[in-house]
Design a protein around this ligand. Structure first.
Ligand SMILES: *Cc1c(COP(=O)(O)O)cnc(C)c1O
Length: 360
């Protein structure tokens, strides 16, 4: 982009150095707690930041184990990562579906185990210890412990489980899940195991494992809610002002006439709306930033546009950029105002933003 050429859409700037640094921080913390390896969850396009760039940057930082949710995500990632790293597909997939991509299926049910039994392939066995979502139920584990023959002809790399409440350190389900997981592992052939997500890495030695699977903290979300965020911020989102309109007091702005100017006002219309993941529930609640000045979002967020009251900031005009996410306005802050979590803010980040990556 030439300097002086105005942006026509939002620019999402992703700091690859901060992402690599966050990953190393998590790896070191996991090691200090007695853990071995640390991988990274890069599902949902690396939480909206662009897996095609983020995953290779993590590989360059030393990450050798990647987790995606779906087969297609893994297929797209393999050519970018080369043959070495493990790419595990959390939702599983049928044998043969990955062609030559050498993906690692997570086996979430007896049916998955039966489908892969005898293929000789690498796989991960998922046990449900308290989420009632995916993974073998306690009864299904009982049956497998009694008759482990379906595991024959499978290279189980890991046995894993997933914590439901790791971001609430005092929640009793954390210790219960760790205990159930240890008891379950004792009934199966000895295998490396994988336990903690981002928040789990901060729970200490009882949650250390052979392979941690952090996602959100790699991307700068706070894995320790209620305490200062130990991670570096990784994203800034700035959107261009398309027009600035002078309106007299009493003029309504936007759909539903949801906001009315109480004084003569200047309204800046920017090129981002709920179709870009600027959540409609932020209407009337969010603020943007321009040169460190806060500007309030006014009126309802539309599909492609949003409106800000820039009356007190005469320097803002067409082509100015308003920052929707950045320092002082983190994805977690935006999420709190939208009544959701930072994960949803990041994974909703629109495909129409230009993604600009700083070097790792
Ligand atoms: C998404 C996911 C992770 C990563 O969780 P974060 O809370 O983002 O660190 C780890 N394991 C599983 C099974 C997941 O689905």
């Amino acid at each position: 982009m030439n300097p002086g050429t105005p942006e026509s859409a939002g620019v999402l700037t992703v700091d690859l150095d901060a992402i690599a640094s966050n990953w190393r921080t998590l790896r070191d913390l996991h090691r200090e707690s007695g853990g071995r390896e640390t991988g990274a969850a890069v599902k949902a396009d690396a939480y909206g930041l662009g897996a095609a760039v983020v995953a290779p940057a993590l590989a360059a930082a030393g990450c050798r184990h990647f987790f995606v949710a779906q087969l297609a995500e893994g297929m797209a990632l393999r050519p970018l990562l080369g043959p070495g790293p493990m790419i595990a597909v959390l939702n599983g997939f049928p044998p043969g579906a990955d062609e030559n991509a050498a993906l690692t299926p997570v086996l979430n049910s007896p049916g998955d185990i039966a489908a892969w039994s005898g293929t000789g392939r690498d796989a991960i066995l998922h046990l449900d210890t308290g989420m009632a979502r995916l993974g073998l139920t306690p009864a299904e584990l009982d049956a497998l412990a009694e008759d482990p023959s379906p595991l024959r002809g499978l290279q189980l790399l890991l046995v894993m489980t997933h914590l439901a409440c790791a971001d609430e350190p005092a929640h009793p389900l954390n210790a219960a899940q760790a205990a159930r997981f240890a008891a379950a592992r004792a009934r199966l052939p000895a295998l490396p195991f994988s336990l903690a997500n981002s928040a789990g890495i901060f729970l200490g030695r009882d949650f250390a494992s052979d392979l941690a699977r952090p996602g959100c903290a790699v991307y700068g979300l706070n894995p320790t809610p209620g305490r200062p965020n130990p991670m570096r911020p990784t994203v800034r989102l700035a959107v261009p002002v398309l027009q600035v309109r002078e309106i007299p007091a009493g003029t309504p702005v936007g759909y539903g006439a949801g906001w009315t100017a109480q004084r003569p006002s200047r309204i800046a219309t920017v090129a981002a709306g709920y179709a870009d993941g600027y959540l409609r529930s932020l209407s009337g609640r969010a603020t943007g930033r321009h040169n460190w000045h806060e500007v309030p979002l006014v009126g309802r967020i539309s599909m492609d546009l949003s409106t800000f009251d820039v009356t007190d900031h005469p320097a803002i005009g067409p082509g100015s950029m308003i920052e929707l996410i950045g320092p002082g306005n983190s994805p977690d802050d935006v999420a709190a105002r939208a009544g959701t979590i930072g994960y949803e803010v990041l994974t909703a980040l629109g495909a129409r933003y230009r993604r600009a990556y700083s070097a790792a």
